[in-house]
Design a protein around this ligand. Structure first.
Ligand SMILES: Nc1ncnc2c1ncn2[C@@H]1O[C@H](COP(=O)(O)OP(=O)(O)OP(=O)(O)O)[C@@H](O)[C@H]1O
Ligand SMILES: [Mg+2]
Length: 213
């Protein structure tokens, strides 16, 4: 589902990482760990076609990202990708249900029942009419997770999705991510500093400036 070959990322002369190669199969759950600033979020952004790189290639569901222009990447993200950002990116003027429904609307597949199911799955049942400013940080994080899952993406990229949650809620939300990924055969790539979260993955990869293993 996801193949990264020899990826290198630099800002001008300053290298972030190089020689990063990994493959994640459909239905597989891989955790990526590494110290702060090593480039985990950058790597996920590259995988989503939201950032560019200097060497190497990334294939998502057989599609080489470098061969797509911005519009092509946006279409691929819309149809096949779910992304939970480190900084939620919940839209402040839409209510919770509208935020979660967004991927379905972009695909012209509105489905309020599915939206409510996802809200319940992350423990936010009944809060659909609230505005984001009326939620806690942990609740916002769960809105972002419900939104990433709602359209059943083939590749799910999650950047520290349990960072703002208490251990109990974190483990429940992680369970939702895993169950959904498993149910839909999606590949799940999770960036985390949490050993508990990484411990649930099929594989744990350690990112360093000179590679990943
Ligand atoms: N626009 C930029 N110009 C130069 N360097 C940048 C720029 N954006 C990010 N960086 C650097 O790239 C490196 C990787 O950042 P990234 O956010 O991917 O790290 P991370 O592993 O996700 O860290 P954390 O665990 O704290 O979230 C950092 O050292 C950061 O300083
Ligand atoms: Mg990060």
């Amino acid at each position: 589902m996801l193949e990264v070959q020899g990826l290198a990322k630099r800002y001008g002369e300053v290298g972030v990482f190089r020689d990063v190669s990994l493959a994640v199969a459909a239905g597989e759950f891989v955790a990526i760990v590494g110290e702060s600033g090593v480039g985990k979020s950058t790597l996920l952004n590259c995988m989503a076609g939201l950032d560019d790189w200097q060497e190497g290639s990334i294939r998502v569901d057989g599609q080489e990202l470098a061969a797509l222009d911005d519009d092509g990447r946006a279409l691929l993200r819309r149809a096949r990708l779910g992304f939970v950002f480190q900084a939620f990116h919940v839209l402040p003027h839409l209510d919770v249900a509208q935020n979660v429904a967004l991927p379905l609307l972009l695909l012209q597949r509105p489905d309020p029942a599915r939206v409510e199911t996802m809200l319940e799955a992350v423990g936010l049942g009944g809060l659909g009419a609230r505005l984001p400013q009326q939620l806690s940080g942990g609740q916002l994080q769960r809105v972002a997770i419900a939104r990433a899952l709602v359209h059943g993406p083939k590749l799910l990229l999650a950047d520290e999705p349990t960072g703002n949650l208490d251990p109990g809620t974190a483990s429940r939300v992680l369970q939702v991510l895993r169950d959904q990924a498993r149910a839909t055969g999606a590949a799940l790539v999770l960036v985390t500093h949490s050993e508990a979260a990484a411990g649930q993955a099929d594989r744990v990869l350690h990112l360093r400036s000179d590679g990943i293993a």
